[in-house]
Design a protein around this ligand. Structure first.
Ligand code: PLP
Length: 462
C-alpha cells in the first residue's frame, strides 16, 4: 500500500454517465444483436427509471412525494391484476397483516436449518416447525428426514435431482415430456443424461414407454422426476405404477432414486382419497412443493424434504458459517418460513383439506360450464387445472392472465378463485367467442391432439 493512501478520499463524481442509446443498439446484446432472433429485445420503455436525488430533496420532499405516488399507483395495478388472475397456480387469498412488524429485520437462514450458524437474525425455529409439519404429511420420522425452505419449487427440483445424482453419479435422469422445464434445466446444469418418457393424452407418464426405455438402459442406475401435478394439464403421475414398473424391469431399490415434484399439487393430493399417496414409506428419495402456489405466500418459496442418510453425501462443512452447506442457495429468505408457519397454524391439515375440496368442486363446475357452452375442455380426475381451447384474442388472454401452450390454455382453480369470479370469466369468454366465431369465418381450434377427441368440441369432433 502506498504511503500516500488516504482512506477517506472519495470519487468527486460518482454518478456514471448515461450510456447513449446508439451504444446500446450496437453493443447491448454483446453479439451484434444476433440474439434478438431468439430472445427478442429487452424492453426498457415501461421501466421506472432510478433517478438521482436532487441536492435539495431533503428539504422539499419532492422525491418522497414522487415515490409515494408511484407506489400508490402500483398498488392499484396490483389490486386490479389480482382480481383478474386465473392462469397461474397461485393462491392469492391470504392475510399476513400480523407479520408486517417483521419487515424491519434482515432475517436470513443461511446454512443448514438444523445447525445454527453464527448469524443470529434467523428464523430456524419456524423453519424446522414447518418442515416437521410436512414430514408428518409425507410420513417420515423426524430423525430420518432432512429438508429446508427453498426459494421456490424449482430449487426443490434442483436439490432433489442433485441428491439423486450424488447418490448415483452415473445415473440417468428419467422424466416425462410434460415435466416442468426446471427438470430439464437440472439435467443441463448437472450434465446428466436425460431420457424423456412419453405421456398419455391426460399428461400422465406412460409406464409402457418407461419400461421400454428402462430396459434399454438397465446397466445404469435410474433417477426419476415424478410429477405430482404437471404444470400444463395438472396430471398426476402414478407413483405406484412407476415403482411397479421398476420392479418388473428388475431394478432394485439400491439402483434407483425417485424425486417427486409436488410443486403444484404436493399439498393437495394428500387430501384426495383416490390419489396415489406420496409417502416416504414408499421407496422415494425426496419431495418438493412450492409455498406460494396452493399455500399462498407473498414471496416465492418452497419446501424440500429428503432422507437424512442421503444428505451426508452432499454436504460440506463451512467454517465461515459455522454451519453445513447442503442447500442450493447460500443466503435464504428467513421471512418465508414465518409466513408458511403462520398459514399452517391457522389452517391446519383440516383447513387445507376443505380448501382442496372447494377447488376440485369449483374446477368441475368450470369444466362443465365450458362444455355446456360448446367449448372444448378437459379436467383430470385429481386436478383443479381446467384445460380448454386457447382464446383467439391475446388481449383476453392477458386480461385474465391465462397460461397458454399451443392450442390450449388453462385455468388453475386455487382457493381464491370463487364461483363468482368463474362466472364473470365465463360470461366474458362466451360473449367474446361470439364475436370471434359468430360469423363463421373463423372456427375454434381443434384440440383433439392436446386433450383427446372426447374432450374436443371442434366442428369435426363434437
Ligand atoms: C410451478 C412448478 C414448478 C416450479 O415451481 P416455482 O416455484 O415456480 O419455481 C415445478 N414443477 C411444477 C410441476 C410446477 O407446476
Amino acid at each position: 500500500m502506498s504511503t500516500e493512501f488516504d482512506p477517506t478520499a472519495i470519487l468527486s463524481e460518482p454518478v456514471p454517465t448515461p450510456i447513449a442509446q446508439s451504444d446500446l443498439e450496437s453493443n447491448g446484446t454483446g453479439d451484434g444483436g444476433k440474439r434478438e432472433l431468439v430472445l427478442g429485445r429487452n424492453v426498457h420503455t415501461s421501466c421506472l427509471a432510478v433517478t438521482e436525488p436532487d441536492a435539495n430533496d431533503d428539504i422539499t420532499g419532492d422525491k418522497d412525494a414522487y415515490m409515494a405516488g408511484v407506489l400508490a399507483r402500483y398498488r392499484k395495478t396490483l389490486l386490479e391484476r389480482t382480481k383478474h388472475h386465473l392462469g397461474y397456480p397461485y393462491n392469492l387469498d391470504f392475510d399476513y397483516g400480523a407479520l408486517a412488524q417483521l419487515h424491519h429485520f434482515s432475517i436470513n437462514n443461511l446454512g443448514d436449518p438444523f445447525i445454527e450458524s453464527n448469524y443470529g437474525v434467523h428464523s430456524r425455529q419456524f423453519e424446522v416447525g414447518v418442515l416437521d409439519w410436512f414430514a408428518r404429511l409425507w410420513e417420515i420420522e423426524k430423525d430420518d428426514y432432512w429438508g429446508y425452505i427453498t426459494n421456490c419449487g424449482t430449487e426443490g427440483n434442483l436439490h432433489g435431482i442433485l441428491v439423486g445424482r450424488e447418490v448415483f453419479p452415473d445415473g440417468i435422469l428419467y422424466a416425462s415430456r410434460e415435466s416442468h422445464y426446471s427438470v430439464f434445466k437440472a439435467a443441463r446444469m448437472y450434465r446428466m443424461d436425460c431420457i424423456k418418457v412419453d405421456t398419455h393424452v391426460s399428461g400422465e407418464i406412460d409406464c409402457a414407454d418407461l419400461k421400454v426405455k428402462l430396459l434399454a438402459n438397465k446397466d445404469k442406475p435410474a433417477i426419476f422426476n415424478i410429477n405430482i401435478g404437471t404444470t400444463v394439464k395438472g396430471a398426476v403421475d402414478d407413483l405406484d405404477q412407476v415403482i411397479q414398473t421398476l420392479e418388473e424391469c428388475g431394478i432394485t431399490q439400491d439402483r434407483f432414486y425417485i424425486h417427486c415434484d409436488g410443486a403444484l399439487f404436493g399439498l393437495m393430493m394428500p387430501f384426495v382419497k383416490r390419489a396415489p399417496k406420496v409417502s416416504f414409506k414408499k421407496p422415494i428419495g425426496s419431495v418438493s412443493v412450492s409455498g406460494h402456489k396452493f399455500v399462498g405466500c407473498p414471496m416465492p418459496c418452497g419446501v424440500q424434504i429428503t432422507r437424512l442418510q442421503h444428505i451426508n453425501a452432499l454436504s460440506r462443512n463451512v467454517e465461515y458459517l459455522a454451519s453445513r452447506d447442503a442447500t442450493i442457495m447460500g443466503s435464504r429468505n428467513g421471512h418465508a418460513p414465518i409466513f408458511l408457519w403462520y398459514t399452517l397454524n391457522r389452517k391446519g391439515y383440516k383447513g387445507f383439506q376443505k380448501e382442496v375440496q372447494k377447488c376440485l368442486r369449483n374446477a368441475h363446475y368450470l369444466k362443465d360450464r365450458l362444455r355446456d357452452a360448446g367449448i372444448s375442455a378437459m379436467l383430470n380426475e385429481l386436478s383443479s387445472t381446467v384445460v380448454f381451447e386457447r382464446p383467439m384474442d391475446e388481449e383476453f388472454v392477458r386480461r385474465w392472465q391465462l397460461a397458454c401452450e399451443g392450442n390450449i390454455a388453462h385455468v388453475v382453480v386455487m382457493p381464491n378463485v370463487t364461483i363468482d369470479k368463474l362466472e364473470s370469466f365465463l360470461e366474458e369468454l362466451v360473449e367474446k367467442r361470439s364475436t370471434w366465431y359468430g360469423d363463421g369465418k373463423q372456427v375454434p381450434p381443434c384440440v383433439a391432439r392436446d386433450i383427446g377427441s372426447d374432450s374436443c368440441l371442434c366442428g369435426q369432433h363434437k
